[in-house]
Design a protein around this ligand. Structure first.
Ligand SMILES: NC(=O)c1ccc[n+]([C@@H]2O[C@H](COP(=O)([O-])OP(=O)(O)OC[C@H]3O[C@@H](n4cnc5c(N)ncnc54)[C@H](OP(=O)(O)O)[C@@H]3O)[C@@H](O)[C@H]2O)c1
Length: 332
């Protein structure tokens, strides 16, 4: 159970050399998390490397040799197999685990949290799952709309950057030798394949968006569909969404509702060519929403374009925001 610590928390980052792990260090600073000690872990090949945090060099540890005693919070960003092997050992040693992998997202006993959307589901012990990157940015506007108008149906088309595949995705885009991540040259194609294909013709990534949207909004039977596409940019994901509402709406009211949602920045001024672009979200945990239109094919449907930094709000930032919420709860 996470308890209030007046002198700060002992925090471990697992996967600290990776894209998400490195960005966790920035997010911890940005969200002013009180840190007593930071411990960093990576694979055996990285043991002994150092990272710089607040002007101090911290030495990378290996999970096999280390003791987990005394760690208050463990932020996992090393993939599902590492989470499945070690997360419970951290919990047993007394840590709250916040896991970025997909290992525990389908386990209904494990809270799946986006702080602006379902803070009430957070617990202060055990494992907390951080949702899929594209889903995190998508559920903020849907939650805002559902609270006021009621949501009847959601359809997603994504444009996901290569960093969503980890460092190896970026290396593949820069043609590093020996790197084979995508079936096609990502510099020459948009590729409608993210994660494995399943029997119904959808991919696992598409099913993650469908299942996790329902779970985060707590609407078990919400009709949701998704097509997930990899695009040749380094960082930032965009989602074009069509949302069918239960009650008639005015666009001006929709914009007010979205602008009032914590975590959302409304950028929707077509006359001045202002709309959400991925680059403007990089390094932040904000979700930019714009291109808001009534669907010409159905007046009860709304079209939105939603962008965010997949490494920050889609992973490291949301995990640290979960930690911030947990710390606030300990002081209540
Ligand atoms: N990239 C995204 O947009 C995104 C979004 C949401 C969630 N996630 C999830 O976040 C996790 C990390 O993704 P990433 O993009 O940061 O990947 P990444 O850049 O490939 O980094 C992977 C990290 O895991 C470490 N690692 C690998 N095997 C390990 C082991 N046996 N023991 C300890 N550490 C080990 C690596 O250490 P070495 O450097 O020593 O190999 C590295 O620090 C994944 O579960 C991913 O699905 C990623």
């Amino acid at each position: 159970m996470l308890e209030h610590k007046s002198d700060g928390y002992v925090i471990a980052i697992i996967g600290a050399t990776g894209l998400v792990g490195r960005n966790m260090m920035d997010a911890l600073l940005d969200h002013q998390i009180p840190i007593k000690t930071l411990r960093v872990f990576a694979s055996p090949k990285s043991v002994g490397k150092t990272v710089l945090h607040m002007g101090r060099e911290i030495i990378m540890e290996s999970l096999d040799d280390a003791s987990f005693e005394g760690i208050d919070v463990a932020l996992f960003a090393a993939g599902s197999s590492v989470s499945l092997r070690y997360a419970n050992a951290f919990v047993q040693a007394g840590a709250l685990v916040i896991d970025n992998s997909s290992a525990y997202r389908k386990d209904l006993k494990i809270p799946l949290i986006v702080p602006e959307v379902n803070p009430e589901d957070l617990t202060l012990s055990g494992i907390i799952a951080n949702p899929n990157c594209s889903t995190i940015q998508s559920v903020l506007p849907i939650k805002a709309l559902d609270q006021v108008f009621g949501v009847r149906m959601v359809s997603y088309v994504t444009y996901q950057s290569v960093s969503g595949s980890g460092q190896k995705g970026i290396d593949a885009m820069h043609h590093q030798e020996g790197i084979s991540v995508y079936k096609h040259d990502i510099n020459r194609s948009v590729i409608p394949e993210i994660d494995l294909f399943l029997e119904d013709g959808y991919t696992k990534e598409e099913h993650k968006m469908i299942d996790e949207t329902r779970r985060l909004l707590n609407i078990k039977d919400l009709p949701v569909s998704a097509t997930c596409v990899r695009v040749p940019i380094e960082r930032g994901h965009a989602v074009q969404m069509t949302v069918s509402l239960k009650t008639p709406f005015e666009l001006s009211r929709v914009k007010d509702v979205l602008a009032a949602m914590p975590g959302i920045v409304l950028i929707d001024d077509p006359e001045n060519r202002l709309y959400p672009v991925t680059e403007e979200t990089i390094g932040t945990d904000l979700v930019h929403v714009g291109r808001i239109r009534r669907d010409l094919a159905d007046p009860m449907r709304l079209m939105l374009f939603v962008v965010a930094d997949n490494i920050r709000k889609g992973a490291a930032g949301n995990a640290v925001q979960i930690l911030k919420l947990a710390i606030e709860r300990t002081t209540i």
